[in-house]
Design a binder for this molecule. Structure first.
Ligand code: GAL
Length: 822
């Protein structure tokens, strides 16, 4: 008994010692009464693996973050009503504890609507199928389920003492997500719903503040926050709410058929610095690590498997340089100004032409921001007798109001050249194969359920599979006017991908090539007198995740299906509507049901000879040795069509390398000046939308046999498939005088300094050249001594180190290119 009391006492002491009071005033979030400048970054736990989490979080911390933010993904945790899954990379508690053990705070966006380019915005499809439900509005069935799930998550966190009020890392929680952006069409019921959300959240007594993003009418005490590429002009809806930015989009997501969006480090830093200049005190990067949409988790329709997002950490967890380093330096400067920024008196001077200075002054110290939002002209201002030149579209940060410590347009951080490496003449993989058995469906039209209507795929398949067969039989009299050589089958369609079979033959496939998910597909079909079997395979590629009533967007074959008779000139002569006759349904494919993707399955039924290519509905299997080393691994699926890939039974996501990005609108260089939008800077034109697919190291058997299984839905050639590792091969930097050069080969050693010049060098990484001035000391020799053989080095960039240059008083720069050991 005594023992129990002691344990209780101890645990009570433990929590009370570490419990923190999180609150806020008009200036900032306060922790134990102290106003804080908080920098946070989004890492979504299911978009990486448990093994990757500690490294990602540590890199967040080293990059100057105070907090990690994540959504909670309802449909991942409750795929079937009241059957929960918190295993593997869905172990939310473990993720939050990882954050805690790094000494960081956590921001938990429970939602439970997330958006996030996640399948159905995070809603389970069973929720849609509850009779009488209406989502995200004043509907008791929906509200009951939302309350149940939110309470479950809150209780799980509370039980593990994870709220800051209990000594845990969670300092903020979010309810709903950007409802304000879409609530108009929900009318008065929407308003009632958002009030209910606030009351419900508040009633859970979590002891830390709740936020509602993009919600101008957020009821008190909810803190309304901003999302966007820029949020400097945001004003919270209550004078007592601090200015907070929950999503600073570090790049953008990608869709099948789309190009690779990227956002420059200069513009991202500019947005952050301007936000803090204008009184911001909490900022979160969406995403800090984007990661991978494994399995069937992507939203959309048509969000790709990669969710790299051009974030500061790339899909595989590598530092995305110079973005990561440039932001890290900004974070250090902002943190050094925490007291002045959160306590100082604010004064502004407007210099005209979008140039302004802001001072934060306490009795002891002052900090300044000089900004130039002009898109083309640099500006020089005179402050207290000194001249400062501010490049266009940049902010200069001066922690003491005198010394320019950071300018958002001057990137001193290193650039890393990442390369995919693998043996070019890799031993050819030996494939075995088998066909997906579609006979019952295409020859006989047999399924599991029959209805006299076309049913939405969400209702019929309940998100248990991408695949749903719609089958019907039509008996045509030999005099039927729809018969003839030019007849066609007209399908009004919202299938993300559609494969059409008539009488056992594949007559065509279609998908939303131009991003329009509502299309008509009308292949020519030779119908026969007597019974015809029509089998339509509808395939989903991620359910819609955003918009008012997004949950109601149709999926599958919901429009009419008609047989159209035509004369020799192609004109319509007769139409037979099949939409309300008996349709038989079958969810899923046999190979999925029989788990062909599992590595422990026997090889019977698989053949090693005559491996087919360009054959749809084909399974391929091979075994291989795990790539050596610790670097991230990708599998190159060039040559394949569309399908799903598994490594040792782990679903690494949908692949679709045959879907090429459009030809136009890419730029190798992107002018950081001027407002960024998701279409501004893009690469990868004309290439497969996604050719390389991440295979986390933990999916491999490092010593034994590994199995790769592909289900090829559209037809492709697996002979080019190979594994590669992603490694830093070259690092470069271009550092202004009086800053510090930091070079790192990401855990490998620097083997050679290929180029270095202190003066006014020209060019870019890979093509640097000396120009008119170059310092007296041999920069290559200086850096070889300081850096070669080391994993990282820091060197002061000054004339003391590199000698005098003959640049005639202009500031020097050091350009360096170094090689990393292979
Ligand atoms: C926001 C949303 C995020 C994500 C983002 C785009 O509107 O809140 O979840 O979808 O857009 O990446």
């Amino acid at each position: 008994m005594d023992c129990l009391r002691n344990i209780l006492l101890l645990s009570c002491l433990f929590t009370s010692v570490y419990a923190a009071t999180v609150s806020h005033d008009s200036r900032a979030i306060t922790i134990d009464g102290k106003r804080r400048i908080l920098l946070s970054g989004s890492i979504h736990y299911p978009r990486s693996t448990v093994e990757m989490w500690p490294d990602l979080i540590r890199k967040g911390k080293e990059g100057g973050l105070d907090a990690i933010e994540t959504y909670v993904f309802w449909n991942a945790h409750e795929p079937i009503r009241r059957q929960y899954d918190f295993s593997g990379n869905l172990d939310l508690i473990r993720f939050i504890k990882n954050i805690q053990s790094e000494g960081l705070y956590a921001v938990l966006r429970i939602g439970p609507y997330a958006c996030a380019e996640w399948n159905y915005g995070g809603f389970p499809v069973w929720l849609h199928n509850l009779p009488g439900v209406q989502m995200r509005t004043n509907n008791s069935i929906f509200m009951y389920e939302m309350h149940t799930f939110t309470t479950l998550i809150v209780d799980m966190m509370r039980k593990e003492n994870l709220f800051a009020s209990q000594g845990g890392p969670i300092i903020l929680a979010q309810i709903e997500n950007e409802y304000g952006n879409v609530m108009g069409p929900y009318g008065a019921a929407g308003k009632e719903y958002i009030n209910w959300c606030a009351n419900m959240a508040q009633s859970l007594n979590i002891g830390v503040p709740w936020i509602m993003c993009q919600q101008d009418d957020a009821p008190q005490p909810m803190l309304n926050t901003c999302n966007g590429f820029y949020c400097h002009d945001f004003r919270p809806n209550n004078p007592n709410t601090p200015k907070m930015w929950t999503e600073n989009w570090t790049g953008w997501f990608k869709s099948w058929g789309g190009k690779d969006p990227y956002r420059t480090a200069e513009d991202l830093a500019f947005a952050v610095a301007r936000f803090f200049q204008k009184g911001g005190s909490f900022q979160n990067y969406y995403m800090f690590h984007g990661g991978t949409n494994f399995g069937r988790t992507t939203g959309g329709p048509y969000i790709t498997t990669t969710y790299d997002y051009n974030a500061p950490l790339d899909e595989y967890g590598n530092l995305n340089q110079p973005k990561y380093g440039h932001l890290k330096q900004l974070h250090d400067v902002l943190h050094s100004m925490e007291t002045t920024l959160t306590q100082g008196e604010v004064s502004n001077v407007d210099f005209g032409n979008s140039v302004s200075a802001t001072t934060y002054a306490t009795k002891e110290a002052s900090s300044c921001f000089f900004s130039n939002a002009n898109t083309s002209s640099d500006a020089t201002i005179n402050v207290q007798g000194r001249n400062y030149t501010i490049p266009a579209w940049s902010v200069t940060v001066l922690p003491d109001c005198k010394t320019e410590t950071y300018n958002t347009a001057k990137v001193n951080a290193q650039t890393s050249v990442m390369e995919k490496k693998g043996k070019d003449k890799a031993k050819k993989m030996r494939w075995s194969w088998r066909l997906e058995d579609v006979e019952e469906m295409v020859m006989k039209g047999r399924g599991d359920a029959t209805f006299s209507k076309l049913v939405d795929q969400k209702e019929m398949a309940d998100d248990q599979s991408d695949y749903l067969w719609y089958m019907t039989k039509v008996n045509l009299d030999q005099n039927d006017p729809v018969l003839g050589n030019n007849s066609s089958l007209r399908i009004n369609c919202t299938a993300h991908v559609l494969h059409v079979y008539v009488n056992g033959e594949h007559v065509g496939s279609q998908w939303a090539k131009d991003g329009k998910f509502n299309y008509v597909f009308e292949p020519t079909v030779k119908f026969i007198p007597g019974v015809n079997i029509i089998s339509l395979l509808s395939v989903t590629v991620g359910f819609q995740n955003y918009g008012s009533f997004f949950d109601l967007a149709p999926a599958g074959i919901t429009g009419s299906v008609q047989i159209v008779g035509r004369n020799g000139a192609g004109a319509e002569t007769a139409v037979k509507d099949l939409s309300t006759q008996a349709w038989t349904y079958k969810t899923g494919l046999n190979g999925f049901k029989n788990q062909f993707f599992r590595s422990d399955r026997s090889s019977s039924g698989w053949s090693k000879s005559n491996v087919p290519t360009n054959r749809m509905m084909t399974w391929y299997k091979t075994s291989f040795k795990a790539p050596y080393g610790t670097e991230p691994v990708v599998v190159d699926l060039q040559g394949l069509g569309k399908g799903t890939a598994w490594i040792n039974g782990n679903n690494i996501g949908r692949y679709w390398p045959s879907f090429l990005a459009g030809q136009d609108g890419c730029s190798e260089v992107c002018d950081y000046r001027g407002s960024y939008g998701s279409e501004k800077c893009r690469s990868n034109c004309g290439q497969p939308t996604q050719r390389w697919y991440h295979v986390p190291r933990s999916f491999f058997n490092p010593k034994g046999k590994n199995t790769l299984v592909l289900f090829e839905e559209m037809g492709g050639n697996p002979s080019l498939v190979r594994f590669q590792t992603v490694a830093v091969t070259t690092v470069c930097a271009n550092v202004y005088e009086n800053n510090v050069l930091e070079l790192s080969c990401n855990g490998k050693r620097i083997s050679e300094i290929k180029f270095a010049s202190f003066g006014n060098p020209r060019g870019e990484c890979g093509s640097f050249n000396k120009d008119t001035c170059d310092a007296s000391n041999d920069a290559v020799a200086v850096l070889t001594k300081e850096c070669v053989g080391k994993e990282r080095c820091s060197v002061n960039v000054s004339e003391v180190k590199f000698g005098a240059s003959n640049c005639g008083g202009a500031a020097n720069r050091l350009a360096v290119e170094a090689v990393c050991t292979i």
